[in-house]
Design a protein around this ligand. Structure first.
Ligand SMILES: Cc1cc2nc3c(=O)[nH]c(=O)nc-3n(C[C@H](O)[C@H](O)[C@H](O)COP(=O)(O)OP(=O)(O)OC[C@H]3O[C@@H](n4cnc5c(N)ncnc54)[C@H](O)[C@@H]3O)c2cc1C
Length: 463
């Protein structure tokens, strides 16, 4: 049997879903979403049970359908900040979206357990059958950012057979059987595992944390797109642009971002060069700093019952230890390529660090503009940052996209109403009589211009 469709969308994670959702609103096209997984939602299907969004639910998901209840967290280290959806909630959202909106429309088909091959054909992973598909308009690659999560990755270190190693998914059921815990990995998942142990009553002196590379984090206090947070959020955004305007080099830029409160680090004596845009609160950092048994000797290479070997040394170990492997690189580095290339669309981040917004904006551009040249001028792809230098490199296309979108009346109008953009909506709602908020927005504008003027010099200082 062969299929026909206007758009073939490879991947039904949030990128594919946010694109399909917006295109459904803006066209009469038919779409076929294909995913290797058995359900929509991408990597969230394999997330650990205590995972939460980094960012407020209020601007995650797809454009048409709000996520969460627009409330504040009431407990834990993020109390007082905007709600962060939990893993099951995120999956329920994607399931309901697929069932009640996309499939219900009669214009969208979902083909699970299936892989789109290089020749554009589909291989069904359970039956092994191959199917041809005739694509009338375009193929949309929504798999460019396929996330590597611990459950689907084999750790890159060896462990003796008697050593207990598990992904964070297995931590809750296994935790009661062990005296000591070693969390391996300094990314968001490693931090979540440490906080989970502490919140569940494990004393800090029974936890060891092996940190591969220290990173800078975004401060949750200033990533709050809610009206009640307007002053803090936009004043800090202006301060970040001032930091860009005044920075002499990348190290100085990071320190200025820290000085204005936008960026945080775990240890003030260590200057990280990693930046993956993970978000934490001061409350979470205070929890993490309770762990004093930390190891910074590079990546783990081999775990024996009584010793852990790392790239730059070894440390003694207690045999009654559960090792929690949080070592998968969620977003492995990928090259950039133009988003719109004739019959191919490659969804990438075109606004930092907003993957769902980027996918929805690309669908809007696909439906509403006439040429790829015009679309690409508004949606240059951003490199995924691994280091602060990469972040500086991503700022140039990010700022150019923002500027180009703001100059295009139709796109500006869409962005100013976009749920997934988060911030533009509350900025657009400021009354002309609100002098205080107008002054803050003016400061954002002038600081952004000054920042853009210094960006070229800052880029020249990169290695
Ligand atoms: C723990 C965690 C928390 C995060 N929190 C946030 C957050 O708060 N905010 C944020 O913006 N980002 C967050 N991220 C980043 C994350 O990358 C994005 O939110 C987003 O989920 C990425 O979605 P995606 O659709 O691009 O990729 P994925 O979710 O990985 O989906 C890609 C899909 O493509 C499928 N696929 C790949 N190749 C093929 C093929 N050839 N044929 C068929 N199917 C294929 C895969 O099976 C997969 O299901 C988080 C990431 C992690 C790991």
């Amino acid at each position: 049997m062969s299929l026909e469709t206007d758009y073939l969308i490879i991947g039904a994670g949030v990128s594919g879903l946010a694109f399909a959702d917006e295109l459904l609103s803006r066209s009469d096209a038919t779409m076929t979403l294909v995913d290797k997984r058995c359900a929509p939602g991408g990597h969230w299907n394999d997330a650990y049970s205590f995972v939460k969004l980094h960012q407020p639910s209020v601007f995650y998901g797809v454009e048409s359908t709000p996520m969460g209840r627009d409330r504040l967290e009431t407990t834990g280290p993020n109390a007082g900040f905007m709600e962060l959806a939990e893993g099951p909630e995120i999956l329920n959202y994607f399931h309901a979206l697929m069932r009640d909106r996309l499939l219900e429309s009669g214009r969208v088909r979902f083909v699970p357990n299936s892989e789109v091959l290089g020749d554009g054909g589909i291989r069904h992973l359970l039956s092994g059958d191959h199917q041809k598909i005739k694509v009338r308009r375009k193929t949309v690659d929504a798999s460019w950012y396929t996330n590597a999560v611990p459950r689907t990755q084999t750790p890159r270190f060896l462990a003796a057979p008697e050593v207990a190693v598990c992904p964070p998914n297995e931590l809750p059921p296994l935790a009661g059987r062990f005296e000591r815990f070693t969390v391996i990995g300094s990314g968001k998942t490693g931090m979540d595992a440490v906080v989970w142990l502490l919140e569940n009553g494990v004393p800090p002196d029974r936890i060891r944390w092996i940190l591969g590379r220290d990173a800078w984090f975004l401060n949750r206090a200033y990533t709050q797109p809610g009206d009640a947070f307007f002053e803090d959020t936009f004043s800090n955004f202006a301060a970040q642009r001032r930091a860009l305007a005044e920075a002499s080099d990348v190290r100085d830029f990071a320190l200025r971002l820290e000085a204005c409160g936008a960026w945080l680090r775990l240890d003030p004596d260590i200057h990280p060069d990693v930046f993956h845009a993970a978000t934490v609160s001061e409350g979470e950092l205070a929890q993490l700093r309770r762990i004093t048994d930390t190891a910074r000797l590079g990546h783990v290479t081999h775990i024996h019952p009584d010793q852990v070997q790392l790239e730059r040394g070894e440390i003694p170990a207690d045999p009654d230890t559960l090792y929690i492997a949080c070592t998968a690189t969620a977003l492995p580095p990928r090259p950039v390529r133009p988003v719109f290339e004739g019959e191919r669309i490659t969804l990438q981040m075109v606004r930092f660090p907003q993957i769902p917004f980027s996918a929805a904006l690309c669908a809007f551009l696909e439906a509403e503009l006439d040429s790829d040249e015009e679309r690409n001028a508004l949606a240059a792809p951003l490199p995924l940052p691994d280091t602060v230098s990469d972040y500086v490199r991503a700022l140039m296309p990010d700022m150019m996209n923002r500027y180009a979108c703001a100059k295009h009346p139709k796109v500006r109008e869409w962005v100013s109403r976009s749920r997934l953009d988060g911030y533009s909506r509350i900025a657009a709602a400021v009354s002309p009589d609100d002098d205080r908020r107008r002054a803050i927005l003016d400061e954002v504008k002038s600081a952004s211009m000054a920042g853009a003027a210094n960006l070229g010099a800052l880029m020249q200082s990169l290695d």
